[in-house]
Design a protein around this ligand. Structure first.
Ligand code: ZN
Length: 145
C-alpha cells in the first residue's frame, strides 16, 4: 500500500531543478551512468567523475534506499528555511550512489541500515513555496517500533 504525498507534485516550483521526476505518481531521483566505464552519479554529472567521459545516460533511481549516516540537527542554521529540530541523513541507493536530505524521523527514531523512501514536501523559502525531496522511514511491519 502506498502512502499519499503531502502535496500535489506539480503545483509548486522545485527548490532545485532536475533532481527528481514523478513516475506513475511517485517521485524518483534522477542519476546518470557513464557509458564508458559504468560509474553512477547522483546528482547527475556533465562528465564522468571517474573517466571524464561526457557520454552519460539518465537513470531513474529506486524509490527506496538505506540510511548510511544520519545527524540530528537541533540548532537552527542561520540562513536555513528548514526549521530545526530535524533529522538529516545520507541514504545509499541500490544503484551505488548516495543522496543527502531530511529524513522524517524523530530523535532516536532512525537506525543505520534502515530502509527509507523518497517523498516530496513543500517548504516556505524567501522565494516562496518550493518543493523538495525528503526521505521517510517505510512503515514497519507489525505496528510496534
Ligand atoms: Zn566513466
Amino acid at each position: 500500500m502506498e502512502a499519499q504525498l503531502a502535496s500535489e507534485p506539480t503545483s509548486v516550483p522545485d527548490l532545485q531543478v532536475g533532481l527528481y521526476q514523478i513516475v506513475d505518481g511517485h517521485p524518483r531521483l534522477i542519476g546518470n551512468q557513464c557509458e564508458e566505464c559504468g560509474r553512477m552519479h547522483f546528482p547527475r554529472h556533465e562528465w564522468c567523475a571517474r573517466c571524464c567521459s561526457p557520454d552519460l545516460t539518465d537513470v531513474l533511481l529506486n524509490q527506496r534506499g538505506r540510511v548510511s549516516a544520519f545527524s540530528w540537527i537541533d540548532r537552527q542554521p542561520g540562513d536555513a528555511f528548514i526549521r530545526a529540530p530535524y533529522m538529516q541523513a545520507e541514504v545509499e541507493m541500490p544503484e551505488g550512489v548516495s543522496a543527502f536530505s531530511i529524513v522524517e524521523a524523530e530523535f532516536g527514531g532512525l537506525k543505520i541500515g534502515e530502509t527509507v523512501e523518497l517523498a516530496l514536501r513543500n517548504f516556505d523559502t524567501p522565494d516562496g513555496c518550493r518543493q523538495a525531496f525528503v526521505f521517510r522511514p517505510i512503515q514497519r511491519q507489525g505496528g510496534e517500533q
